[in-house]
Write a new protein. Structure first.
Length: 414
Protein backbone atom coordinates (compact mmCIF):
# COMPACT_ATOMS: atom_id res chain seq x y z
CA UNK A 1 0.00 0.00 0.00
CA UNK A 2 0.94 3.62 -0.44
CA UNK A 3 -0.19 6.21 2.07
CA UNK A 4 -3.43 7.08 0.31
CA UNK A 5 -4.35 3.42 -0.04
CA UNK A 6 -3.61 2.87 3.66
CA UNK A 7 -5.94 5.68 4.71
CA UNK A 8 -8.62 4.48 2.28
CA UNK A 9 -8.33 0.97 3.70
CA UNK A 10 -8.90 2.24 7.25
CA UNK A 11 -11.76 4.50 6.19
CA UNK A 12 -13.36 1.59 4.40
CA UNK A 13 -13.52 -0.37 7.65
CA UNK A 14 -15.89 2.23 9.12
CA UNK A 15 -18.69 0.53 7.21
CA UNK A 16 -18.51 -2.26 9.77
CA UNK A 17 -18.69 0.04 12.81
CA UNK A 18 -17.13 -0.82 16.15
CA UNK A 19 -17.44 -4.06 18.09
CA UNK A 20 -16.13 -4.91 21.52
CA UNK A 21 -14.09 -7.97 22.41
CA UNK A 22 -10.41 -8.89 22.35
CA UNK A 23 -10.43 -12.15 20.41
CA UNK A 24 -9.88 -10.51 17.02
CA UNK A 25 -7.10 -8.36 18.46
CA UNK A 26 -5.29 -11.28 20.08
CA UNK A 27 -5.44 -13.16 16.78
CA UNK A 28 -4.08 -10.14 14.93
CA UNK A 29 -1.18 -9.88 17.34
CA UNK A 30 -0.41 -13.59 16.95
CA UNK A 31 -0.34 -13.35 13.16
CA UNK A 32 1.93 -10.29 13.43
CA UNK A 33 4.31 -12.14 15.79
CA UNK A 34 3.35 -10.20 18.93
CA UNK A 35 4.94 -6.82 18.16
CA UNK A 36 3.46 -5.30 21.34
CA UNK A 37 5.76 -7.46 23.50
CA UNK A 38 8.96 -5.92 22.16
CA UNK A 39 8.88 -2.80 24.32
CA UNK A 40 7.56 -1.56 27.66
CA UNK A 41 4.22 0.18 28.07
CA UNK A 42 2.40 2.85 29.97
CA UNK A 43 -1.36 2.42 29.42
CA UNK A 44 -3.49 5.56 29.82
CA UNK A 45 -7.25 5.31 30.41
CA UNK A 46 -9.85 7.83 31.52
CA UNK A 47 -12.59 10.19 30.42
CA UNK A 48 -10.56 13.37 29.89
CA UNK A 49 -6.90 14.24 29.58
CA UNK A 50 -5.68 10.95 28.10
CA UNK A 51 -3.96 12.35 25.01
CA UNK A 52 -2.29 15.18 26.92
CA UNK A 53 -1.08 12.86 29.66
CA UNK A 54 0.23 10.36 27.09
CA UNK A 55 2.14 13.04 25.18
CA UNK A 56 3.61 14.48 28.36
CA UNK A 57 4.68 11.05 29.60
CA UNK A 58 6.37 10.16 26.31
CA UNK A 59 8.18 13.51 26.34
CA UNK A 60 9.45 12.98 29.88
CA UNK A 61 10.67 9.44 29.18
CA UNK A 62 12.42 10.58 26.01
CA UNK A 63 14.28 13.34 27.81
CA UNK A 64 15.28 10.85 30.46
CA UNK A 65 17.11 8.96 27.71
CA UNK A 66 14.69 6.35 26.39
CA UNK A 67 13.58 5.92 22.81
CA UNK A 68 9.87 6.47 23.14
CA UNK A 69 6.71 6.17 21.13
CA UNK A 70 3.05 6.95 21.67
CA UNK A 71 -0.35 6.00 20.35
CA UNK A 72 -3.20 8.49 20.85
CA UNK A 73 -6.64 9.13 19.38
CA UNK A 74 -8.46 10.59 17.64
CA UNK A 75 -6.45 12.58 15.10
CA UNK A 76 -6.98 16.03 13.63
CA UNK A 77 -5.60 15.88 10.11
CA UNK A 78 -4.32 12.40 9.36
CA UNK A 79 -4.38 8.91 10.86
CA UNK A 80 -0.59 8.92 11.00
CA UNK A 81 -0.70 11.63 13.69
CA UNK A 82 -1.88 8.96 16.13
CA UNK A 83 1.44 7.12 16.14
CA UNK A 84 4.64 8.94 17.11
CA UNK A 85 8.21 7.74 17.51
CA UNK A 86 10.55 10.20 19.17
CA UNK A 87 7.65 12.69 19.39
CA UNK A 88 7.32 12.78 15.59
CA UNK A 89 4.40 11.34 13.63
CA UNK A 90 5.13 8.41 11.37
CA UNK A 91 6.14 9.33 7.85
CA UNK A 92 3.65 8.46 5.15
CA UNK A 93 5.83 5.54 4.07
CA UNK A 94 6.18 4.19 7.62
CA UNK A 95 2.45 4.49 8.20
CA UNK A 96 1.58 2.79 4.92
CA UNK A 97 3.96 -0.11 5.62
CA UNK A 98 2.51 -0.68 9.09
CA UNK A 99 -1.09 -0.54 7.86
CA UNK A 100 -0.22 -2.91 5.03
CA UNK A 101 1.12 -5.43 7.55
CA UNK A 102 -2.00 -5.06 9.68
CA UNK A 103 -4.26 -5.42 6.64
CA UNK A 104 -2.52 -8.64 5.58
CA UNK A 105 -2.94 -10.01 9.10
CA UNK A 106 -6.59 -8.92 9.19
CA UNK A 107 -7.25 -10.81 5.96
CA UNK A 108 -5.98 -14.01 7.56
CA UNK A 109 -7.95 -13.42 10.76
CA UNK A 110 -11.16 -12.66 8.86
CA UNK A 111 -11.01 -15.95 6.95
CA UNK A 112 -11.88 -17.78 10.17
CA UNK A 113 -14.63 -15.43 11.29
CA UNK A 114 -18.23 -14.74 10.36
CA UNK A 115 -18.73 -12.05 7.69
CA UNK A 116 -20.15 -9.61 10.25
CA UNK A 117 -17.37 -10.22 12.78
CA UNK A 118 -14.30 -9.01 10.94
CA UNK A 119 -11.46 -6.83 12.16
CA UNK A 120 -12.63 -3.28 12.90
CA UNK A 121 -11.02 0.03 11.97
CA UNK A 122 -9.70 0.71 15.46
CA UNK A 123 -8.32 -2.82 15.75
CA UNK A 124 -6.50 -2.57 12.42
CA UNK A 125 -5.15 0.86 13.30
CA UNK A 126 -4.04 -0.29 16.76
CA UNK A 127 -2.33 -3.33 15.28
CA UNK A 128 -0.56 -1.08 12.78
CA UNK A 129 0.53 1.20 15.63
CA UNK A 130 2.05 -1.69 17.57
CA UNK A 131 3.89 -2.83 14.43
CA UNK A 132 5.21 0.67 13.73
CA UNK A 133 6.38 1.14 17.32
CA UNK A 134 8.24 -2.17 17.20
CA UNK A 135 9.83 -1.29 13.86
CA UNK A 136 10.77 2.10 15.28
CA UNK A 137 12.82 0.39 17.98
CA UNK A 138 11.07 2.09 20.88
CA UNK A 139 11.93 1.10 24.43
CA UNK A 140 8.83 2.63 25.99
CA UNK A 141 5.44 3.23 24.40
CA UNK A 142 2.69 5.30 25.99
CA UNK A 143 -0.64 3.91 24.78
CA UNK A 144 -3.94 5.76 25.06
CA UNK A 145 -6.98 3.53 25.35
CA UNK A 146 -9.90 4.18 23.06
CA UNK A 147 -13.37 3.53 24.49
CA UNK A 148 -13.36 2.11 28.00
CA UNK A 149 -10.62 -0.36 28.74
CA UNK A 150 -11.72 -3.94 29.36
CA UNK A 151 -12.62 -4.73 25.76
CA UNK A 152 -10.67 -1.92 24.12
CA UNK A 153 -8.32 -3.01 21.33
CA UNK A 154 -5.35 -1.57 23.21
CA UNK A 155 -5.90 -4.01 26.09
CA UNK A 156 -3.53 -6.63 24.70
CA UNK A 157 -0.38 -4.99 26.02
CA UNK A 158 1.58 -6.21 29.07
CA UNK A 159 1.61 -2.76 30.61
CA UNK A 160 4.06 -2.07 33.42
CA UNK A 161 2.13 1.06 34.43
CA UNK A 162 -1.54 1.95 34.08
CA UNK A 163 -2.77 5.53 34.46
CA UNK A 164 -6.30 6.77 35.19
CA UNK A 165 -6.72 10.43 34.32
CA UNK A 166 -10.36 10.97 35.28
CA UNK A 167 -13.66 9.12 35.25
CA UNK A 168 -16.97 10.76 34.38
CA UNK A 169 -20.33 9.72 33.01
CA UNK A 170 -19.61 8.98 29.35
CA UNK A 171 -20.58 6.28 26.88
CA UNK A 172 -22.99 4.93 29.49
CA UNK A 173 -24.66 2.75 26.87
CA UNK A 174 -21.49 0.65 26.67
CA UNK A 175 -19.59 1.30 29.90
CA UNK A 176 -22.30 1.43 32.55
CA UNK A 177 -24.67 3.91 34.22
CA UNK A 178 -22.49 5.07 37.13
CA UNK A 179 -19.01 6.44 37.70
CA UNK A 180 -18.11 3.30 39.64
CA UNK A 181 -19.28 1.01 36.81
CA UNK A 182 -17.35 3.02 34.22
CA UNK A 183 -14.26 2.97 36.43
CA UNK A 184 -14.49 -0.82 36.64
CA UNK A 185 -14.43 -1.04 32.85
CA UNK A 186 -11.49 1.34 32.52
CA UNK A 187 -9.47 -0.24 35.34
CA UNK A 188 -9.82 -3.69 33.82
CA UNK A 189 -6.58 -2.88 31.95
CA UNK A 190 -4.59 -3.17 35.18
CA UNK A 191 -1.99 -5.95 34.98
CA UNK A 192 -1.06 -8.14 37.98
CA UNK A 193 1.93 -6.79 39.86
CA UNK A 194 2.05 -3.54 37.90
CA UNK A 195 1.68 0.05 39.12
CA UNK A 196 -1.53 2.05 38.99
CA UNK A 197 -1.17 5.85 38.92
CA UNK A 198 -4.21 8.01 39.67
CA UNK A 199 -4.86 11.72 39.77
CA UNK A 200 -5.41 13.29 43.18
CA UNK A 201 -8.73 14.76 42.05
CA UNK A 202 -10.12 11.42 40.84
CA UNK A 203 -13.85 11.07 41.57
CA UNK A 204 -14.30 9.40 45.00
CA UNK A 205 -16.30 6.51 43.53
CA UNK A 206 -13.60 5.90 40.93
CA UNK A 207 -10.90 6.20 43.58
CA UNK A 208 -12.58 3.46 45.61
CA UNK A 209 -12.71 1.23 42.54
CA UNK A 210 -9.04 1.97 41.84
CA UNK A 211 -8.03 0.99 45.36
CA UNK A 212 -9.93 -2.29 45.14
CA UNK A 213 -8.58 -3.03 41.65
CA UNK A 214 -5.00 -2.46 42.78
CA UNK A 215 -5.49 -4.68 45.80
CA UNK A 216 -6.96 -7.49 43.68
CA UNK A 217 -4.14 -7.28 41.14
CA UNK A 218 -1.39 -7.01 43.72
CA UNK A 219 -0.48 -3.68 42.17
CA UNK A 220 1.09 -0.63 43.73
CA UNK A 221 -1.18 2.42 43.87
CA UNK A 222 0.46 5.81 43.33
CA UNK A 223 -1.36 9.12 43.74
CA UNK A 224 0.23 11.85 41.63
CA UNK A 225 0.93 15.31 42.95
CA UNK A 226 -1.33 18.09 41.77
CA UNK A 227 1.22 20.56 40.38
CA UNK A 228 4.98 20.22 39.96
CA UNK A 229 5.65 23.92 39.67
CA UNK A 230 7.19 23.76 36.20
CA UNK A 231 6.28 26.10 33.37
CA UNK A 232 4.32 24.40 30.61
CA UNK A 233 4.15 25.34 26.97
CA UNK A 234 0.61 23.92 26.97
CA UNK A 235 -1.75 26.47 28.59
CA UNK A 236 -4.50 25.71 31.10
CA UNK A 237 -4.59 24.72 34.73
CA UNK A 238 -5.84 21.25 33.82
CA UNK A 239 -2.64 20.64 31.85
CA UNK A 240 -0.57 21.17 34.98
CA UNK A 241 -2.50 18.34 36.60
CA UNK A 242 -2.05 16.17 33.49
CA UNK A 243 1.68 16.86 33.49
CA UNK A 244 2.02 15.89 37.16
CA UNK A 245 0.15 12.67 36.41
CA UNK A 246 2.44 11.96 33.46
CA UNK A 247 5.52 12.57 35.60
CA UNK A 248 4.30 10.12 38.24
CA UNK A 249 3.67 7.53 35.52
CA UNK A 250 7.14 8.07 34.06
CA UNK A 251 8.77 7.61 37.46
CA UNK A 252 6.74 4.45 38.05
CA UNK A 253 7.89 3.09 34.69
CA UNK A 254 11.53 3.95 35.34
CA UNK A 255 11.51 2.87 38.96
CA UNK A 256 13.38 6.03 39.95
CA UNK A 257 12.80 9.78 40.28
CA UNK A 258 13.01 11.99 37.21
CA UNK A 259 15.40 14.92 37.42
CA UNK A 260 13.72 18.30 37.71
CA UNK A 261 15.60 19.54 34.65
CA UNK A 262 14.11 16.71 32.60
CA UNK A 263 10.63 17.72 33.73
CA UNK A 264 11.31 21.36 32.91
CA UNK A 265 12.47 20.53 29.39
CA UNK A 266 9.52 18.23 28.71
CA UNK A 267 7.08 20.83 30.02
CA UNK A 268 8.61 23.62 27.96
CA UNK A 269 8.77 21.61 24.73
CA UNK A 270 5.46 19.76 24.56
CA UNK A 271 2.58 21.18 22.55
CA UNK A 272 -0.84 19.54 22.76
CA UNK A 273 -2.68 19.95 19.43
CA UNK A 274 -6.35 20.82 19.76
CA UNK A 275 -6.25 21.59 23.49
CA UNK A 276 -6.35 25.33 24.24
CA UNK A 277 -4.47 25.58 20.97
CA UNK A 278 -3.92 29.17 19.82
CA UNK A 279 -4.01 29.24 16.03
CA UNK A 280 -4.10 32.96 15.31
CA UNK A 281 -4.26 36.42 16.84
CA UNK A 282 -6.36 39.57 16.34
CA UNK A 283 -8.83 38.25 17.15
CA UNK A 284 -7.20 35.65 19.37
CA UNK A 285 -8.50 32.30 18.12
CA UNK A 286 -8.29 29.19 20.30
CA UNK A 287 -9.29 25.60 19.58
CA UNK A 288 -10.17 23.20 22.38
CA UNK A 289 -11.53 19.67 22.07
CA UNK A 290 -13.58 19.67 25.30
CA UNK A 291 -16.43 17.25 24.63
CA UNK A 292 -18.20 16.69 27.95
CA UNK A 293 -19.14 18.74 31.05
CA UNK A 294 -15.92 17.88 32.87
CA UNK A 295 -13.86 19.04 29.90
CA UNK A 296 -16.02 22.15 29.60
CA UNK A 297 -15.39 22.97 33.27
CA UNK A 298 -11.63 22.62 32.75
CA UNK A 299 -11.83 24.89 29.71
CA UNK A 300 -13.94 27.48 31.51
CA UNK A 301 -11.50 27.57 34.42
CA UNK A 302 -8.63 28.30 32.03
CA UNK A 303 -10.24 30.98 29.88
CA UNK A 304 -8.90 33.94 31.80
CA UNK A 305 -5.37 32.53 31.67
CA UNK A 306 -5.54 32.21 27.90
CA UNK A 307 -7.83 35.06 26.82
CA UNK A 308 -6.86 37.57 29.52
CA UNK A 309 -9.14 40.63 29.29
CA UNK A 310 -9.94 40.36 25.60
CA UNK A 311 -13.51 41.26 24.72
CA UNK A 312 -15.84 40.40 23.21
CA UNK A 313 -15.52 36.66 23.66
CA UNK A 314 -17.28 34.53 21.05
CA UNK A 315 -17.78 30.75 21.29
CA UNK A 316 -18.07 28.43 18.30
CA UNK A 317 -19.75 25.24 19.51
CA UNK A 318 -20.50 21.91 17.85
CA UNK A 319 -21.36 18.77 19.83
CA UNK A 320 -22.02 15.10 19.05
CA UNK A 321 -25.40 13.62 19.91
CA UNK A 322 -24.09 11.18 22.55
CA UNK A 323 -22.71 13.99 24.72
CA UNK A 324 -24.30 16.06 27.48
CA UNK A 325 -24.69 19.15 25.36
CA UNK A 326 -26.95 20.92 27.87
CA UNK A 327 -24.40 20.43 30.63
CA UNK A 328 -21.62 21.76 28.45
CA UNK A 329 -23.59 24.82 27.38
CA UNK A 330 -24.59 25.61 30.96
CA UNK A 331 -20.92 25.56 31.91
CA UNK A 332 -19.46 27.46 28.97
CA UNK A 333 -21.98 30.07 27.83
CA UNK A 334 -21.80 32.33 30.92
CA UNK A 335 -18.18 33.03 30.00
CA UNK A 336 -18.96 34.35 26.50
CA UNK A 337 -20.59 37.44 25.04
CA UNK A 338 -22.06 35.61 22.06
CA UNK A 339 -22.07 32.17 20.46
CA UNK A 340 -22.18 30.60 17.02
CA UNK A 341 -23.62 27.09 16.85
CA UNK A 342 -22.38 24.80 14.10
CA UNK A 343 -22.30 21.14 13.08
CA UNK A 344 -19.10 19.06 12.91
CA UNK A 345 -18.79 16.95 9.77
CA UNK A 346 -19.74 13.79 11.64
CA UNK A 347 -23.02 11.88 11.22
CA UNK A 348 -23.42 11.82 15.01
CA UNK A 349 -23.34 15.61 15.34
CA UNK A 350 -26.26 17.45 16.90
CA UNK A 351 -28.05 19.89 14.58
CA UNK A 352 -27.14 23.49 15.45
CA UNK A 353 -30.84 24.21 15.93
CA UNK A 354 -30.89 21.70 18.78
CA UNK A 355 -28.02 23.52 20.43
CA UNK A 356 -29.91 26.80 20.01
CA UNK A 357 -32.95 25.27 21.70
CA UNK A 358 -30.82 24.01 24.58
CA UNK A 359 -29.22 27.46 24.86
CA UNK A 360 -32.65 29.00 25.36
CA UNK A 361 -33.34 26.56 28.19
CA UNK A 362 -30.04 26.98 30.05
CA UNK A 363 -29.75 30.70 29.35
CA UNK A 364 -26.92 32.33 27.51
CA UNK A 365 -25.72 35.22 25.36
CA UNK A 366 -27.02 36.07 21.88
CA UNK A 367 -26.43 33.19 19.49
CA UNK A 368 -26.40 32.51 15.76
CA UNK A 369 -26.51 29.35 13.67
CA UNK A 370 -23.91 28.79 10.95
CA UNK A 371 -23.99 25.09 9.98
CA UNK A 372 -20.63 24.85 8.17
CA UNK A 373 -17.73 24.84 10.69
CA UNK A 374 -15.26 27.04 8.81
CA UNK A 375 -17.96 29.57 7.99
CA UNK A 376 -18.99 29.51 11.65
CA UNK A 377 -15.43 30.27 12.73
CA UNK A 378 -15.19 33.10 10.20
CA UNK A 379 -18.47 34.57 11.49
CA UNK A 380 -17.24 34.32 15.09
CA UNK A 381 -14.05 36.17 14.17
CA UNK A 382 -16.16 38.92 12.62
CA UNK A 383 -18.21 39.20 15.80
CA UNK A 384 -15.09 39.28 17.97
CA UNK A 385 -13.35 41.93 15.91
CA UNK A 386 -9.95 43.42 16.63
CA UNK A 387 -8.97 42.82 20.23
CA UNK A 388 -11.62 40.15 20.81
CA UNK A 389 -11.31 36.39 21.26
CA UNK A 390 -12.84 33.29 19.71
CA UNK A 391 -12.93 29.81 21.23
CA UNK A 392 -14.07 26.83 19.13
CA UNK A 393 -15.03 23.81 21.22
CA UNK A 394 -17.51 21.02 21.87
CA UNK A 395 -15.95 18.16 19.92
CA UNK A 396 -12.54 17.08 18.73
CA UNK A 397 -14.25 16.40 15.38
CA UNK A 398 -15.12 20.09 15.14
CA UNK A 399 -11.48 20.97 15.77
CA UNK A 400 -10.43 18.51 13.06
CA UNK A 401 -12.82 20.17 10.62
CA UNK A 402 -11.21 23.52 11.32
CA UNK A 403 -7.55 22.50 10.95
CA UNK A 404 -7.70 19.90 8.16
CA UNK A 405 -5.69 20.97 5.14
CA UNK A 406 -8.36 19.83 2.68
CA UNK A 407 -11.86 20.48 4.06
CA UNK A 408 -13.34 18.23 1.37
CA UNK A 409 -11.21 15.21 2.22
CA UNK A 410 -12.93 12.04 3.38
CA UNK A 411 -12.42 11.75 7.13
CA UNK A 412 -12.83 9.26 9.94
CA UNK A 413 -16.07 9.49 11.94
CA UNK A 414 -15.23 6.93 14.65
Amino acid sequence: MNFRQAEDYLLGLELFGMRFGLDRMHRLMTVLDLPQRRYGHVHVVGSNGKSSTARFCAAILRRHGLRTGSYTSPHLGSFRERVEVGEKPLTEAEFAAAVSAAADAAELVNRRREPDDGVTQFEALTAAAFVALARGGVEAAVIEAGLGGRYDATNVIPSKVSVVTSVGLEHTRWLGPTVAAIAEEKLAVLQPGSTLVVAPALHPDARAVAEHAAERAGSRLVVARGDLGVRLRAPGGFQRANFALAAAAAEAFLGEPVEHGVLERAAADTRIPGRLDVISDDPLTVLDGAHNPEGAEALAASLTDVLAERRPRVAVIGVLDDKDAAGMLATLLPHFDSAVFTRPGNPRALPPATLATLEEKVGGPPAEIVPEPRAALARARELAGTGGAVVATGSIYLIADLVRADPRARVSTL
